[in-house]
Design a protein. Structure first.
Lengths: 198, 176
């Protein structure tokens, strides 16, 4: 003999509320996914190019490598229109306040690529006047290795930013903590000629 | 040998100064040698004014102004040598001058009143070596940033600095 619970008004109300919440979550999820999808495919880089990495950055933007394939071709030279700061090249301590000001002027949400050995670690310029890695003074999301990195490597860095955008949702910079600590591997594999087994 | 003639008339004009002219680099062809003379800091301005205005010298252009730190240099008697490179466009000759100054407060008179272009060069020497230029209109640092205390091209300054590059404000995601 089955036990049937009487459908009270209170139960019906809580059930409706539950469904509404579920529906709300679904809508949120869809919206978040759509926003992230559109956002990751239309990054607006702010180039801060101070050295030879800037030349590779220009090559990445030009027709042969075409950063536009990843929707990031709209480079603007004002931080207020940008959401991806690409720091390409060594940064002198005298220009660090400029870089920080540029970062602070960018609208949320925003991401930072530290491109090349000098921007990431100071590189060979281990002197009194050069910042030993911009991540000492700025939150960096992706480090792109190389001296300078090839355009393919930078494109992999942009794709890493896209993965972060996709994963992190629409959270602003303030909610994401300081840097992601993600290092991009060079897509170019150096093959060593090994003697065949036969 | 126009430079030699200029040094000759300089020596005639200032008989009390030992200019000790010497070539920067010994060469087989003596006419191609570039000559360098020494000047005491106290007499620098009048010698420079003479070199600029005398028609036999006519050094219209200050080609360069730099400095050398002679710390731990073999057989050096003085700490800093301020180097002037003069060029005469009308007579087509060059002259190098060295003016030696010492710690604790190395100072030479400014030549901005004679060659206007000395302004930034003297600021650079002040910034990098800490040699003051008396009478300079605006003796501020030119290459390093405001608030930098040291003079980095001195031989006793460590290459990696004295903590200046680490001592800096950090911008985080929270603050930006």
């Amino acid at each position: 003999m089955g036990l049937t619970l009487p459908v009270t008004a209170a139960y019906q109300a809580s059930k409706d509320e539950y469904l509404a919440t579920k529906l709300g979550h679904l809508v949120d999820l869809l919206r978040e996914h759509t926003v992230n999808w559109s956002r990751k495919n239309s990054l607006w880089p702010m180039p801060f190019a101070t050295a030879c990495c800037g030349i590779e950055l220009m090559a990445t933007g030009a027709s042969r490598y075409d950063i536009g394939r990843f929707g990031a071709e709209a480079m603007r030279f004002t931080p207020r229109q940008c959401d991806l700061l690409i720091c390409a090249g060594r940064v002198a301590i005298k220009s660090m306040p400029v870089l920080q000001r540029i970062y602070m002027q960018m609208a949320e949400p925003k991401w930072v690529i530290s491109m090349g050995a000098c921007a990431s670690t100071g590189g060979v310029f281990d002197t009194y006047a050069v910042v030993q890695g911009v991540d000492q003074f700025l939150p960096v999301d992706v480090y792109v290795p190389g001296c300078p990195p090839r355009p393919e490597t930078l494109l992999e860095g942009v794709m890493a930013i896209q993965r972060i955008v996709e994963k992190d949702g629409v959270k602003g910079s303030a909610e994401r903590g300081r840097g992601m600590g993600l290092v991009v591997q060079s897509p170019i594999q150096v093959s060593v000629n090994q003697p065949s087994a036969s | 040998m126009a430079t030699a003639a200029a040094i000759e008339c300089l020596a005639k004009q200032f008989t009390d100064i030992d200019f000790a002219p010497s070539p920067l680099l010994e060469m087989k062809d003596k006419s191609k040698e570039q000559l360098c003379v020494r000047i005491p800091a106290a007499r620098l301005l009048e010698v420079m004014r003479f070199l600029r205005n005398d028609p036999r010298c006519a050094f219209e252009q200050l080609a360069d102004l730099t400095c050398i730190d002679y710390l731990n240099f073999p057989n050096a008697r003085d700490r800093f040598g301020v180097i002037y490179s003069l060029l005469s466009l009308s007579l087509e000759h060059r002259l190098w001058l060295k003016c030696f100054v010492n710690d604790p407060s190395p100072e030479v008179p400014s030549v901005t009143g004679i060659w206007k272009g000395a302004d930034w060069l003297e600021r650079e020497v002040w910034d990098m070596f800490g040699v003051r230029f008396a009478g300079h209109p605006d003796l501020r640092r030119i290459l390093t940033w405001e608030g930098f205390k040291a003079h980095p091209l001195r031989k006793d300054y460590p290459l990696r600095g004295q903590g200046e590059r680490e001592d800096f404000e950090t911008v985080t995601r929270e603050s930006a």
